[in-house]
Design a protein around this ligand. Structure first.
Ligand code: NDP
Length: 449
């Protein structure tokens, strides 16, 4: 079976050699499956690994729009419909200048496993554009979203493919996308997008769900090792949607968050981060995190000058990586371990490099992997879809309770799969095997399609 695994990884490398993030994501999952695959020799004949790594469909399209000065700009749009094995394609849209096919495919691949872990009927997809929303006016954002949807609409639908937000796509962008979709289709199909504002079909607690879910998973993982979250110090990279609501739940659970960041640098506040200030800077003014230090005399700001974020140099019990892929390197992992970190939680997708993950596991640091720990967002999107179908709203408490239970279930699935394959406490392997097991069974049931 080792030979089959190696052969497939080699083929995938050859076929996609200009896509490093995608290869990294496939390697991370597949190289953890050998104990599972050795019990399933029949998988080779059925080409399960080959089929799982090939997207069902990739759509790439031109997104032309006109800026406020009358200049015509052309961006590139993507939708990678990776797998519809267990439900309609589902996954966010990312607007960021770094977006390319490799990043879209890595995110789509991750999404199929994450969505399988939620236990809900959703397939996996990802999309977005190399459009940079930073510094754009409100009307430029709207025109871009309208142009993007003018192509995307023909590929999506409540039972086909349901996009949501991701980096650079929040409820404002979802609103403009939904408005354009509705205008083109001339029908109110609420379930076609999730992350909508609550006044026109969104779900209470969707905005909070990824960050809250991360903390629910973290709390279960610590509990399993007899550790309480109460009184623990936490550092959180990023200051976007996931980071802000992870911070909010961490404080509600009795922990103290002392640092947050953005792509330019990080703030450290020994008194504990004043989250209302961060929300004002990031959610309202759409400003930079360094502005925080101007109004908080005990806080300090450190500019990011190398690939390694300064936030990981700060002593902490728990570190939450909630910004972007590959933001936590081996160097940073070494700094965190040296400073006595107990647990790492991945709120972002693939935020830790492979050698960093291995370093944490080798040093007995509890590790909550992204595809399990940040699945609360997409799980709540699925709850939004079901509310849209029922034409009904749950209360905030009802959604939060469901989310908490889903995160507990995901943790238990990861724990049990790790135990089943002799890897007690290794939730990285547990998450990969639990999700792969489900998806491969669905693939076998559905034949060669
Ligand atoms: P936001 O756009 O709300 O926030 C992103 C944050 O990350 C910002 O603080 C941003 O800083 C920072 N960031 C972005 N790119 C970089 C970079 N290259 N280097 C350093 N910092 C960077 O996005 P989200 O909070 O929604 O998403 C964050 C992560 O969580 C992503 O990996 C996303 O895929 C993942 N995720 C999100 C879910 C959701 O429900 N939103 C669900 C599951 C996963 P700056 O302002 O300077 O750009």
């Amino acid at each position: 079976m080792e030979r089959y695994l190696e052969k497939v990884l080699e083929q995938i490398k050859e076929k996609n050699n200009s896509e490093p993030e995608y290869l990294q994501a496939v390697d991370e999952v597949y190289s953890s499956l050998s104990s599972f695959l050795s019990k399933h020799p029949e998988y080779e004949k059925m080409a399960i690994l080959e089929r799982m790594a090939e997207p069902e469909r990739i759509i790439m399209f031109r997104v032309p729009w006109v800026d406020d000065n009358g200049k015509i700009i052309v961006n590139r749009g993507y939708r990678v419909q990776f797998s519809s094995l267990i439900g309609p394609y589902k996954g966010g849209l990312r607007f960021h200048p770094s977006v390319n096919l490799s990043i879209m495919k890595f995110l789509g691949f991750e999404q199929i496993f994450k969505n399988a872990l939620t236990g809900l009927p959703i397939g996996g997809a990802k999309g977005g554009s190399d459009f940079d929303p930073k510094g754009k006016s409100e009307s430029e954002i709207m025109r871009f979203c309208q142009s993007f949807m003018t192509e995307l609409y023909r590929h999506i639908g409540a039972d086909v493919d349901v996009p949501a937000g991701d980096i650079g796509v929040g409820s404002r962008e979802i609103g403009y996308l939904f408005g354009q979709y509705k205008r083109i289709r001339d029908a109110y199909e609420g379930g076609v997008l999730t992350g909508k504002d609550i006044i026109y079909g969104g779900s209470l607690a969707r905005k909070e769900a990824t960050g809250y879910g991360l903390m629910f998973f973290m709390s279960e993982m610590l509990k399993e090792s007899g550790i309480s979250i109460q009184g623990k110090t936490i550092t959180i990279s990023g200051s976007g949607n996931v980071a802000i609501y992870a911070c909010e739940k961490a404080v509600q659970m009795g922990a103290k968050v002392v640092a947050m960041s953005d792509s330019n640098g990080c703030i450290y506040d020994p008194d504990g981060i004043d989250l209302n200030s961060v929300k004002e800077i990031k959610e309202v003014k759409r400003g930079r995190i360094k502005e925080y230090a101007l109004t908080h005399p005990n806080a300090t700001y450190t500019e990011k000058t190398t690939q390694d974020s300064p936030i990981w140099e700060i002593k902490t019990d728990i570190a939450l990586a909630c910004a972007t892929q590959n933001e936590l390197t081996l160097n940073s992992a070494k700094a965190l371990v040296k400073n006595g970190v107990i647990a790492i939680g991945e709120g972002a997708n693939m935020p830790s490099t492979k050698d960093a993950v291995e370093y944490f596991i080798d040093n007995n640091v509890l590790f909550a992997p992204a595809k399990a720990a940040n699945a609360g967002g997409v799980a709540t999107s699925a709850i939004e879809m079901s509310q849209n179908s029922m034409r009904f709203y749950y209360t905030f408490d009802e959604v939060e309770k469901k989310l908490n239970q889903i995160m507990i279930n995901i943790f238990n699935e990861c724990k049990d799969a790790a135990n089943d394959y002799g890897q007690k406490g290794n939730y990285v392997i547990g998450a990969n095997i639990a999700a792969f097991r489900k998806l491969s069974q669905a693939m076998i049931c559905q034949g060669i399609v």
